[in-house]
Design a protein around this ligand. Structure first.
Ligand SMILES: Cc1cc2nc3c(=O)[nH]c(=O)nc-3n(C[C@H](O)[C@H](O)[C@H](O)COP(=O)(O)OP(=O)(O)OC[C@H]3O[C@@H](n4cnc5c(N)ncnc54)[C@H](O)[C@@H]3O)c2cc1C
Ligand code: SF4
Ligand code: SF4
Length: 420
């Protein structure tokens, strides 16, 4: 193993193997790695031999480093082989005493995955007074709902819910656990994954089963949304994934469907868990609109980002019974507030009609509109990506196109009203 002049064992790059990805540079705590002719070079005198560059390097053998390092062993979920984990579980989130819609959307996806794996769908339902939610879970496709009904779980706390959900996983041993990527779901999923020592793929836009290895294929945008990555969790269980609301289709609700409800005990060490003394619910701000529920969205892009045009675009939205949303470029310009943003770092929407006005259709925007029934794009550039995927692409300046649309809708509405 290479050593520096102080006799310290250090890392050394093998030039012929290094592919120049630069991942090691960001990882080095002493900033002793630089790039020379597309290859990483380590300044041996400054290297402290921590081995972090070796851990991150994607090329086996590109960095020489033989020192034995203590690797943190992940905590095992339960001491049992992977083959013993069975079933697809969905964390059922309770919002204002009702099951969150995203949990039912995931229940539909869980059924599909379970069918491919020839297994059952479980619902994990921690909460308080949740019997009606458990029945609803069965109506949406759950075979067995495992409930933890406890006053301690009436109000969400990361530590308490994390423990409750980890406890359910340890009892039931699901192969897969799906959670909604809501603020609560995002928070609790990371707590549970850490407690169980398993992997978690957040914000997936696609879930499927690999026909050969029968693992969950979790697809999500990566590298700033420029590519889609499909991630497998080979060595730990459960395979965990979060999915945003409206990405998966809501299944049919069938109240005649039969299933089981099993109440489990939550014997958590109460003294060590925090308790909520008083809960003050958040009050919605005046004028706050949830763009994920709107049937029609007129989405303002940078090409239409003009305060003078906003009333016209709002009029179009209101005439169609919808509301205004926008791309990130419009948020950055300060024209509309963040809750109106559609896309990877905004909201995922699934309106019946999406009308993009001056929106180019960057991949980070497109991942948020996949569930739209009909996409209409108005753009001066016929080659813009949104125009390529739109059901109706109108080439033209929105200042001319939108007034004509408004006029046409008004004429049609008046005609229909006069008919009776
Ligand atoms: C990590 C990351 C996350 C991101 N997350 C998001 C996200 O969640 N949501 C999001 O939207 N973006 C997101 N972005 C930004 C994204 O990459 C794009 O920059 C952004 O979506 C572009 O917005 P736009 O289409 O409104 O603007 P532009 O790309 O500038 O497009 C403007 C369009 O308007 C057209 N136009 C110009 N004038 C007119 C006119 N008079 N009439 C009609 N059309 C006209 C142009 O031809 C052009 O196609 C993210 C980027 C990164 C790196
Ligand atoms: S071993 Fe540590 S200090 Fe040395 S180059 Fe690698 S990351 Fe930097
Ligand atoms: S991480 Fe490995 S392959 Fe990438 S630049 Fe560093 S040494 Fe080369």
């Amino acid at each position: 193993m290479p050593k520096n002049s102080k006799g310290r064992e250090v890392a050394e790059v093998v030039p012929g193997k290094c592919i120049g990805c630069q991942l090691c540079i960001g990882e080095c705590p002493t900033n002793v790695i630089t790039m020379e002719d597309g290859v990483a070079v380590i300044e041996a005198e400054g290297c402290i031999g921590c081995g972090k560059c070796v851990d991150v390097c994607p090329v086996e053998g590109a960095i020489l480093f033989e020192k034995q390092r203590k690797k943190k062993a992940p905590k095992a979920a339960v001491a049992c082989p992977i083959e013993e984990y069975k079933g697809v579980a969905v964390f059922i989130e309770v919002q204002n005493g009702r099951g969150a819609e995203v949990s039912w959307e995931l229940m539909g996806k869980a059924r599909e995955l379970a069918q491919k794996l020839d297994t059952r769908v479980f619902g994990f339902l921690p909460g308080y007074n949740i019997k009606s939610v458990a029945k609803e879970a069965i109506a949406y496709g759950c075979d067995i709902v495992y409930t933890l009904d406890d006053p301690l779980l009436e109000t969400y706390l990361s530590k308490v819910y994390g423990k409750a959900l980890a406890h359910l996983c340890q009892q039931v041993k699901p192969d897969i656990l799906l959670l909604g990527a809501t603020p609560l779901g995002r928070d609790v999923s990371s707590v549970v994954a850490t407690q169980l020592g398993t992997g978690l793929t957040a914000d997936c836009t696609g879930l499927d089963i690999d026909p050969e290895c029968r693992l969950l294929m979790m697809t999500r945008p990566t590298f700033g949304g420029s590519i889609m990555a499909t991630i497998l969790c080979r060595n730990h269980r459960p395979q965990m994934s979060t999915v945003r609301p409206r990405v998966m289709k809501l299944p049919e609700k069938d109240m005649q469907r039969r299933g089981e409800i099993k109440k489990l005990g939550f014997e958590a060490a109460r003294d060590s868990l925090p308790q909520v003394l008083e809960f003050i619910p958040r009050t919605a701000e005046a004028g706050e609109v949830d763009i994920t529920r709107a049937p029609v969205l007129v989405v303002v892009g940078k090409g239409a980002c003009d305060s003078k045009s906003l009333p016209m675009l709002e009029e179009l939205a209101h005439l169609l019974g919808g509301t205004i949303a926008c791309s990130r470029a419009v948020i950055e310009a300060g024209l509309l507030p963040y809750p109106r943003q559609v896309g990877q770092t905004g909201k995922t929407v699934a309106p019946k009609i999406y009308i993009g006005v001056g929106v180019s259709g960057a991949v980070q925007h497109l991942v948020g509109i996949q569930g739209s029934d009909k996409i209409i794009a108005i753009n001066t550039d016929s080659q813009a990506p949104l125009m390529q995927i739109a059901d109706y692409a109108i080439v033209g300046d929105y200042q001319q196109v939108v007034p004509r649309l408004i006029e046409g809708i008004k004429v049609r509405t008046e005609k229909e009203a006069s008919k009776g």
